[in-house]
Write a protein that binds this ligand. Structure first.
Ligand code: UDP
Ligand code: MG
Length: 314
């Protein structure tokens, strides 16, 4: 199979038929063998009925229905697990992404041998204050922390080599950072393609302002996990030791000062510096312990798979 097209959707019944017909037209023009995997993320409208009808007409349409709303990341994850095509395309269901881009994306993956090609909505049709400006900041921060040079991390339209999606774990709300997950999993051959973007035709956006807060927190998590996720002691132990040492030396100095230099001055406990030294030592110890706990948690996870294999020869 050439293509798996994964469409996470939440209350998008108005656009589904139009989207399906458009994709089908593109697939037939280019003679692709394909599947369309619609993941109904707990919609409360007619979305699932529409999917059922579409798949009755077109056997290439497959569906997964979630019991309730679990979020776009989980929907993508379920789609990835099911995808069989050599190239896997993800796109939004709201007709903001154009299916006409699929052949070129396919070409980039198959012929240019990219692991992942992300869409870049160079010209966006979304509100400037709510989306365009914050997303500029957001993409800049993501570039800086991850080293993945993309202009538009959060673009719903992306293309992947099959092996890439089978080896990444899209947990939490990490769908914004799939390129970073891919890079951390060893698929660094990442590119982008300017894509057409339309204004939303039906319905409303499913993410509010909290996308930015959550997005930035996720960015910090992903940065931390990729750097120290497998060796927490290296961060916490180092920080903790340094802080403890500073506090200890400072307290030591205060003691020497009181014992030998300013013998008649006020008590150590009456000096503010003493409390700074004490706090530094306590925080240092706690950081150190955090590192230890992190290591212990990692050890107890040892039965989980810790590496992924690209190929084997028997
Ligand atoms: N979506 C989803 N689950 C959710 C929220 C959104 O599957 O909990 C889908 C939604 O139906 C759409 C895609 O994710 O197909 C992108 O959502 P939306 O268009 O609202 O995001 P925006 O374009 O505003 O970034
Ligand atoms: Mg949208």
């Amino acid at each position: 199979m050439d293509l798996s097209i994964i469409i996470p959707l939440y209350n998008e019944d108005e656009s589904l038929t139009e989207l399906h017909n458009w994709i089908e037209k593109v697939m037939q023009t280019h003679h692709f063998s394909y599947e369309i995997i619609c993941i109904d993320d707990g919609s409360s409208d007619q979305s699932w009925n529409v999917i059922t009808q579409l798949s009755a007409k077109n056997p290439n349409v497959k569906g997964i229905k979630f019991l309730r709303n679990f979020g776009k990341s989980q929907a993508l994850h379920a789609g990835f697990a099911k995808a069989q095509g050599n190239v896997v395309i993800t796109m939004d269901a709201d007709l903001q992404d154009s299916p006409d881009e699929i052949p070129e994306l396919y070409n980039l993956i198959i012929n240019q041998k990219y692991d992942l090609v992300s869409g870049w909505k160079k010209k966006r049709y979304d509100s400037v204050v709510m989306k365009n400006l914050p997303s500029k900041l957001f993409n800049w921060a993501a570039q800086q922390t991850s080293g993945v040079k993309l202009h538009d991390f959060n673009c719903g339209l992306k293309a992947y080599k099959n092996i890439v999606i089978k080896n990444i774990e899209v947990s939490g709300e990490m769908h914004r950072y799939i390129p970073v997950l891919a890079k951390n999993a060893g698929f660094g051959n990442i590119s982008e393609k300017v894509v057409q973007h339309q204004a939303r035709k039906y319905g409303t956006s499913k993410f509010g302002m909290n996308r930015f807060i959550n997005g930035f927190l996720d960015l910090i998590t992903i940065w931390f996990l990729s750097k120290f996720g497998k060796r927490p002691m290296h961060l916490f132990g180092a920080l903790g030791s340094v802080m403890f040492l500073i506090g200890f030396l400072f307290a030591f100095y205060l003691g020497i000062d009181k014992l030998f230099i300013h013998k008649t001055s006020r008590l150590i406990t009456e000096r503010p510096q003493f409390y700074i030294a004490l706090t530094t030592m306590i925080i240092g110890t706690q950081l150190f312990i955090a590192g230890f706990l992190g290591e212990i948690i990692l050890r107890t996870k040892s039965n989980e798979q810790r590496y992924k294999i690209a190929e084997t020869i028997d």
